[in-house]
Write a protein that binds this ligand. Structure first.
Ligand code: RB5
Length: 147
């Protein structure tokens, strides 16, 4: 799968690792920056990936900052985006099974290499459960349409 990925300076080091992990898993990361640990503003990079998922060009994306929070908040401004903060294996699995998350936001400064590998593999391998969860996810999108 082609997977757009971006980070700010606080997520830069983790992003470089995540690109290798994705390749090892047989995916093709497309890197939208940032390209160093010089200070930048996370919304400028979140939008690069969020736009690609929002317009359907790509099904899934990955965003990384220090905590994952700012990336998540920014990406969720887009109508068709369901960005989830992934911080352990349960949040990786359940954000797919229950929330059909299409962007994974990672706290780059808080995860070691093994955690990154495990959470990414889980998130990419887990399908949406549908059923009652579909009804709930649709209610999120109804709000986007109304407000
Ligand atoms: C940058 O220092 C930091 O605020 C950012 O990476 C992120 O954690 C914001 O949510």
């Amino acid at each position: 799968m082609i997977i757009p990925i971006a980070s700010d300076h606080a997520g830069f080091e983790a992003k470089e690792k995540v690109k290798k992990i994705l390749e090892e898993l047989g995916h093709m990361p497309v890197d939208f920056g940032t390209h160093s640990d010089d200070s930048v503003d996370y919304p400028d990079f979140a939008v690069q990936v969020a736009e690609k998922v929002d317009d359907g060009e790509h099904n899934k994306g990955i965003l990384i900052c220090g905590t994952g929070q700012g990336m998540c908040m920014t990406a969720n401004k887009y109508k068709n985006v369901r960005a989830a903060l992934v911080y352990d294996d349960d949040s990786a699995r359940l954000s797919r099974e229950h929330n059909n998350a299409n962007i994974m936001c990672l706290p780059g400064r808080q995860l070691d290499d093994n955690q990154l590998k495990k959470f990414i593999a889980t998130w990419l391998d887990t399908s949406f459960d549908g059923g009652r969860h579909e009804r709930r996810v649709n209610k999120i999108h109804d709000l986007t349409d109304k407000n």
